[in-house]
Design a protein around this ligand. Structure first.
Ligand code: UD1
Ligand code: UDP
Length: 383
């Protein structure tokens, strides 16, 4: 039988972390010719992930520019993808999640009449403006896609509400597959400050913040709350690997520079990040990926957003929405720093997002759909 060509398309750091293990799994499967195309919507932050997973893209659109707009990303991706898809003629394109690359990759495949598989399908907040533009991106990709790989039962139910029931597979999230390859008890950090932190006697708070809907006043509120936390609690150390977006860099340095216990550092390589998360006391973040990883490592998370498309860990009690107001963020963090019972109630490991076998299930599902395998994939039914 002629092999099928499956092309993964991704462009940002989180997509790369969640797609690299899948791209590698596909390349090991008989009957599949696996190709990888990166848009490089991110550059340094993408390359760092490609290095760690030793993944060499077959195509690189290299589109990133400073302070890029949503329209620039989308149009550059669409134009770049045209020749790639014409040349490679994949039988299936796989996109991930909800970024501008995701939407453009799916739309481009649709224009070329190529089937689309959506990895991390079915996440919803039902608020068009939050997260922006991700909520609309994933809805539009859901409308285009032929195969939908849902991490959780909730995600599958969300798709069913939109009458998407065909080609839906319950797989778990590939980020848990990635996490299982990176966290090591004896890990030594490349970033020296992380080796010097006293994780036993200090409360290390891991911070990230980058979302577009937080630009402006919400980000100012968040940063002010973070500085107040460091001032009020002398036993804390805040570690904040700052996203390379100039908007984020400016806000972080404006509010958080020149504090002896606030460490603004460069974005971390993913293995560094995962091992720091495994050792920290608390995570404060507006990231999607961190909301999935930290619960698996038993770390409480305060989400610096008004909503989340990842309610599973909130229900499990390890994640709380802290919003974007200074006072609420400060008081919720204070509770976790002062009240050991409140902390212990959140600090237990749960794995609602996966069991480390999502890539295997997705590859099985693809082989099954293309007649390369007799049995359908098993489902991820939670742990
Ligand atoms: C994008 C995604 C967001 C995801 C985030 C992950 C969209 C619309 N947004 O947002 O869903 O959560 O990635 O981090 O797709 N930059 C660099 N080097 C890099 C990466 C970024 O310099 O390696 C700078 C550039 O100036 C770039 C800016 O960051 O213009 C913003 O990058 P962009 O991809 O547009 O937005 P993100 O906020 O990263
Ligand atoms: N991450 C990383 N280094 C960092 C910050 C984040 O490797 O300095 C990882 C993190 O562990 C997670 C992913 O990047 O796997 C999340 O990316 P991000 O927060 O940029 O995007 P989101 O998940 O919000 O789309």
């Amino acid at each position: 039988m002629k092999p099928i060509t499956v092309m993964t398309i991704f462009g940002t750091r989180p997509e790369a972390i969640k797609m690299a293990p899948l791209a590698l799994e596909l390349s090991r499967r008989p009957g599949i010719r696996a190709l990888c195309c990166v848009t490089a919507q991110h550059r340094e932050m993408l390359d760092s992930v490609l290095d760690i997973f030793k993944l060499k893209p077959d195509y690189d659109l290299n589109i990133m520019q400073p302070r890029q707009t949503l329209s620039t990303i989308t149009s550059k991706c669409l134009l770049g993808m045209d020749s790639v898809l014409d040349e490679a003629k994949p039988d299936l394109v796989l996109v991930h999640g909800d970024t501008s690359t995701t939407f453009s990759g799916a739309l481009s495949a649709f224009y070329h009449q190529i089937p689309v598989g959506h990895v991390e399908a079915g996440l919803r907040t039902y608020d068009k403006w939050s997260p922006f533009p991700e909520e609309m991106n994933r809805k539009m990709v859901g409308a285009i896609a032929d195969l939908h790989f849902c991490p959780t039962v909730t995600n599958r139910e969300n798709l069913a509400r939109e009458n998407i029931r065909d080609g839906v597979f319950l797989t778990g999230n590939t980020v848990i597959d990635a996490l299982q390859t990176t966290v090591k008890p004896e890990y030594t950090f490349q970033e020296d400050i992380l080796n010097r932190l006293d994780y036993q006697n200090r409360k290390v708070i891991l911070v990230t913040c980058h979302r577009r809907e937080n630009y402006g006043q919400p980000m100012a509120n968040i940063m002010t709350a973070l500085r107040r936390i460091a001032d009020a609690f002398p036993d804390t150390e805040l570690v904040y690997p700052v996203h390379l977006s100039p908007v984020v860099q400016e806000a972080a340095h404006k509010y958080l520079d020149n504090h002896p216990r606030i460490h603004l550092i460069a974005p971390l390589a993913v293995d560094e990040m995962h091992n720091l998360m495994a050792r920290c006391y608390l995570v404060m973040t507006d990231s999607g990926g961190l909301q999935e990883e930290a619960p698996a490592l038993g770390k409480p998370v305060l989400v610096l957003r008004k909503e989340t498309e990842r309610p599973e860990a909130v229900q499990a009690g390890t994640v709380k929405l802290a919003g974007v107001e200074e006072e609420t963020i400060f008081s919720m963090a204070s509770e976790l720093l002062c009240d050991q019972e409140a902390y212990a109630a959140m600090a237990h490991a749960v794995n609602p997002y996966g069991d480390g076998h999502a890539c295997r299930r997705i590859a099985d599902a693809i082989q099954w759909r293309f007649g390369l395998r007799k049995d359908p994939p098993e489902e991820f039914l939670g742990q």
